[in-house]
Design a protein around this ligand. Structure first.
Ligand SMILES: Nc1nc2c(ncn2[C@@H]2O[C@H](COP(=O)(O)OP(=O)(O)OP(=O)(O)O)[C@@H](O)[C@H]2O)c(=O)[nH]1
Ligand SMILES: [Mg+2]
Length: 409
């Protein structure tokens, strides 16, 4: 499907959903909604430009220029649907002590809360999840029942939460620790101790449930930069469900690709490595002055906390190429130059790349001025697990540093 038509369809999606929801009988809205599988795919909505325009730009030596960057804004959305249920209250008790009504009250059912957690950056932990709070305990002859435990759904910052079947936005959570109650549990039934009438208990409140839709704008944690053909898209395919085109000619990638890493592919703990990686078109010498395709996309990389600088293992001068791209990053923005970087020599499965690997890595470390240098092969997966572990550690360090900085400020 042409990208423009796909983007138009995606933009119409909320309208279509609203139309179908408005036809549904009101009674069906919250309680009787049928389960639907949460989408595991990251959706991307492109507003401009069309891929053909970028293909034309590829042929031109100085395009697109800095002035075009505003038009190239992109939005990346991730969305899941989760089932949530707040449980009923417990029953009140009928009893008497020395002839006086003394039955305790039932406990309230737990509520369902949504809480913003800044350590999260994707919705993968919510896929297929159900959130059910604890039921309020029944009272006994002498004591009231305990309250049910609340269910808490943790989401990353900038999430919009909606009641799916009513197509109604419930709210947006933006800052760490912010909370929103989306379903309240049933009240506990009153025992006869409260009413004062020996035969009088009030019934407990019932459960309430809803399918919640959670949508966030994805912000990439890790940017993949490097010359064309370095193997950026191949690596993204190896670690995520993203399916960018891969080919043995430069500028295969024309638009950015986003993928959520799946560490479990490499025997790592599921969910713990769900970083968002961004693959941008290859950068070339002169990129900061508008040459090639990369300039318009460097702005997205600027928001990444960590960069993986991919260097083609087949290159005869990997250290010189590393310096060339780093120079362009610095010319583009001092912030980008200061972003923590690891250097990844690609295609290590090829015998001529593996030959003299230590020397090549040593030269790269000397050029980079740090030891965060390693060789990987996205083709046979060697060292990719190690790369994920190291990248996660770098990201965690950077998150802690940024949190400490914002606390101090
Ligand atoms: N043998 C081998 N080939 C690889 C590996 N990674 C990438 N390649 C090959 O290198 C070529 C370029 O790979 P891409 O992933 O398209 O490179 P890229 O950096 O995304 O290139 P651009 O999109 O043009 O910037 C393709 O032919 C890939 O098959 C690897 O680990 N081993
Ligand atoms: Mg590519």
């Amino acid at each position: 499907m042409p990208p423009r038509r796909a983007s138009a369809l995606l933009l119409m999606l909320p309208l279509l959903l609203q139309l179908s929801a408005s036809r549904a009988p009101r009674a069906r809205a919250l309680q009787r909604s049928s389960p639907r599988r949460a989408s595991a795919l990251v959706r991307m909505v492109f507003d401009a430009p069309a891929a053909e325009e970028l293909r034309d730009a590829r042929a031109s030596p100085a395009a697109p220029g800095a002035d075009d960057a505003g038009e190239l804004e992109r939005f990346f959305f991730d969305r899941v649907e989760v089932f949530a249920k707040a449980s009923p209250g417990g029953a009140g008790a009928l009893s008497s002590v020395m002839g006086r009504p003394a039955g305790g009250n039932g406990g309230n059912g737990g509520a369902v809360w949504i809480e913003c957690d800044a350590s999260l950056n994707t919705l993968t932990h919510l896929q297929g999840a159900r959130f059910v709070s604890g039921r309020g305990a029944d009272a006994n002859a002498r004591a009231s029942g305990a309250f049910g435990k609340d269910a808490v759904l943790r989401v990353p910052p900038n999430c919009v939460v909606a009641a799916r079947d009513r197509n109604e936005t419930l709210g947006t959570l933006s800052t760490h620790g912010e909370r929103m109650c989306v379903l309240v549990g049933g009240l506990g039934g009153k025992g006869n101790g409260e009413s004062g009438r020996p035969d009088r208990c009030t019934p407990p409140g019932g459960a309430s449930s809803a399918w919640l839709s959670v949508q966030m704008t994805l912000v990439a944690d890790v940017g993949l930069v490097g010359l064309p053909n370095a193997g950026k898209s191949t690596l993204l395919r190896a670690v995520s469900k993203a399916r960018p085109k891969v080919a043995d000619y430069p500028f295969t990638t024309l638009i950015p690709n986003l993928g959520v890493c799946e560490g479990e592919r490499y025997g790592l703990e599921p969910g713990a490595f769900s970083m968002v990686w961004l693959d941008i078109p290859g950068l070339v010498e002169g990129a900061a002055a508008g040459k090639g395709l990369g300039l318009a996309f460097l702005r997205h990389t600027e928001r990444c906390r960590v960069l993986l600088h991919l260097v083609d293992g087949e290159s005869s001068h990997p250290d010189a190429e590393l310096l060339t791209i780093n120079r362009e990053l610095a010319l583009y923005s001092p912030q980008l130059a200061a972003t923590p970087q690891a250097v990844v020599l690609t295609k290590a499965d090829l015998p001529h790349v593996a030959d003299g690997l230590d020397l090549k890595l040593g030269a790269l470390a000397a050029a980079a001025g740090h030891g965060r240098v390693m060789a990987v092969s996205a083709a046979d997966g060697s060292n990719v697990r190690e790369l994920l572990v190291r990248t996660r550690a770098m990201l965690d360090r950077e998150q802690r540093r940024q949190a400490a900085q914002s606390n101090a400020g």
